[in-house]
Design a protein around this ligand. Sequence first.
Ligand SMILES: Nc1ncnc2c1ncn2[C@@H]1O[C@H](COP(=O)(O)OP(=O)(O)OP(=O)(O)O)[C@@H](O)[C@H]1O
Ligand SMILES: [Mg+2]
Length: 329
Amino acid sequence: MTDIVTGKPDRMVAVRTVFGIDSSLMVPAFSERDDHVPEIDEVYRFNPEVTLAILAGFSRDRRVMVQGLHGTGKSTHIEQVAARLNWPCVRVNLDGHISRLDLVGKDAIVVRDDLQITEFQEGIVPWALQRPVALIFDEYDAGRPDVMFVIQRILERDGKFTLLDQNRVIHPHPYFRMFATTNTVGLGNLNGLYHGTQVLNHAQMDRWNVVATLNYLPRAEEAGIVLARVPELADEAGRALIESMVSVAELTRKGFASGDLSTLMSPRTVINWAENCQIFHDPAMAFRLTFLNKCDEAERSIVAEYFQRCFGTELEAEANVENHAAGIR
Ligand SMILES: Nc1ncnc2c1ncn2[C@@H]1O[C@H](COP(=O)(O)OP(=O)(O)OP(=O)(O)O)[C@@H](O)[C@H]1O
Ligand SMILES: [Mg+2]
């Protein structure tokens, strides 16, 4: 990371006009757009409670975690708030390969005046800490425990950071902000959906000031999001199609909750399905290619039945062959 982010918020914007939320809150924002500011997604629909939680992070320096099932718009929510405030943003995916050295920094060999010298190169944490940047730890519950302890100290309010090898203490920039997204609440993979997640240290969970939850939304809201993403469906037939699609998704979620299914459709899957309908011009085929083929074979007939219930037609082709094959066996 070499490029410098400078500046500070130089104006206040009204939450009501920028996010369309019924609130008289004003929040700080930047006038200039830096390279690190995410692109605005014009059709993004803000969820009031989550947006206000994220805004508390930006305006009041709260450490905000957004937790919820997959594909509900957690990562994009934080980015879209930052995009509207012109707040520079860096997203770190805390997968199992991120090491302490990536976060803190390491000695690297560089060539200067034709000489090879060893120089300390700051990792992402000290780099961001010294700038007006929102650092987003994505997939927070996938981070390895040894890596997570690096973050522990900066989660505190005055969060100074010590670079031990450098004997240097870094004070956070007054407009440094920190966010995280996670699927679990730090208790591990309890529902079987999130293989590879870690049990989080509770002293660390305790340091997040605000935890917002973003799970599956009321159907009207979900249908609104799908329609916003696939505006071609804005006629009567399109709206009816989206209603049916959301109904199938809801049945898979109920089926999952009652133990009939081992997987479920996220809003991301519904958006994908709607987009694939535009490619294949056949909701049933698009459904097979988007979701059914990801399901366990033993569960496909249940999913096909959900489809039949919501669309009033058989899922046809592969699904029938499956059932037939299952019957023969
Ligand atoms: N409110 C919304 N308005 C518009 N699009 C949305 C909304 N919520 C989600 N999406 C779309 O759904 C997709 C999934 O969102 P995102 O990647 O942010 O989910 P996530 O909750 O971070 O998922 P995961 O837990 O798998 O990381 C994105 O393509 C995003 O644009
Ligand atoms: Mg995400």
